[in-house]
Design a protein around this ligand. Structure first.
Ligand code: SF4
Length: 286
């Protein structure tokens, strides 16, 4: 099949477009998402939650290309054989692009690496997600916006996860932008970009991403949802995009309905839906 925009062959990652025009499409889509959902405003201090992976690296690169001045913050959970490699890639990227980077570690902030925590048979992702969110929220104090590299595949998984787990409060908070009291605005400029296309973009731009996966990733419920969605997408091309489009159309009308209470954790003072936040509960049990 020929590219819709030129005489080159279309690529499998982006049916209908060659690699060159797929790259242009990605950049236009990210720009349009920022504009259409008012994700970023002039003069705002923008923090990017970076990992050294393809998504957040692509996001930081694009924000800089679009004229913003992103500051990067990364979390070192302490996952041996994995995180040290992605952080090495991230530092190399930041040096090349002259971007500021701050790394917060579980060891310093939580008192324990993820590898060193007791998980009582549960996948480590639960504690990892809780502390990671806490550290990022702390890092984002003083910033206007916290941008994350979530892509279309991530969002399709999150929507399905929230449905299957009955997470009603979270359901309307996973749009392209989320405004929660006491926290920097959360934005996702790559919301409508398929994961495979981000991978292609990172590869073509020569970003130093190892494309490694966390050794714990396969044990999470998200991994099961991801695999199920991939199988469904294979049989029904476009299913993920349709799910995300359906969600966003509903989200636009419902996004204010599950506003969280302005309560704060009695122990650490962070915004919390319960008297004591989950990070403090997990920390106390460690
Ligand atoms: Fe943390 Fe799980 Fe992600 Fe690994 S896969 S970084 S343990 S949330």
């Amino acid at each position: 099949m020929k590219c819709l925009a030129c005489e080159e062959s279309a690529i499998q990652v982006m049916p209908g477009l060659c690699a060159h025009h797929a790259i242009i499409w990605l950049e236009r889509t990210a720009r349009a998402t920022i504009r259409n959902y008012n994700l970023l405003r002039p003069g705002e201090r923008v923090l990017v939650a970076a990992s050294g992976g393809k998504d957040s690296t692509t996001l930081a690169y694009l924000l800089q290309k679009f004229g913003y001045a992103p500051e990067l913050v990364a979390v070192d959970e302490g996952i041996a054989g994995y995180r040290e490699h992605t952080l090495r890639d991230l530092r190399a990227f930041c040096r090349t692009h002259r971007l500021p980077l701050r790394v917060l570690s579980f060891r310093d902030k939580v008192g324990q690496t993820l590898d060193g925590m007791e998980h009582a048979g549960r996948p480590p992702c639960s504690a990892c997600g809780i502390f990671r969110r806490q550290l990022l929220a702390e890092a984002a104090r003083g910033a206007d916006v916290l941008a994350t590299g979530h892509n279309l595949d991530d969002m399709a998984q999150t929507i399905l996860l929230n449905i299957t787990l009955g997470h009603v409060r979270e359901f309307w908070r996973t749009g392209p932008v989320a405004e929660l009291p006491g926290l920097a605005r959360r934005v996702k400029p790559l919301y409508f970009v398929p994961e495979k296309l981000v991978r292609l973009y990172a590869h073509m731009k020569g970003f130093p991403c190892a494309f490694a996966e966390c050794p714990h990733a396969g044990r999470s419920f998200r991994a099961a949802v991801r695999d199920a969605l991939n199988a469904y997408e294979h049989a029904n091309p476009g299913a993920k995009r349709a799910l995300v489009s359906w969600y966003v159309a509903q989200w636009a009308a419902h996004r204010g309905e599950t506003a969280p209470s302005p309560r704060r954790c009695a122990q650490c003072g962070a915004p919390a839906s319960q008297p004591v936040c989950r990070a403090c509960v997990v920390r106390a049990a460690m």
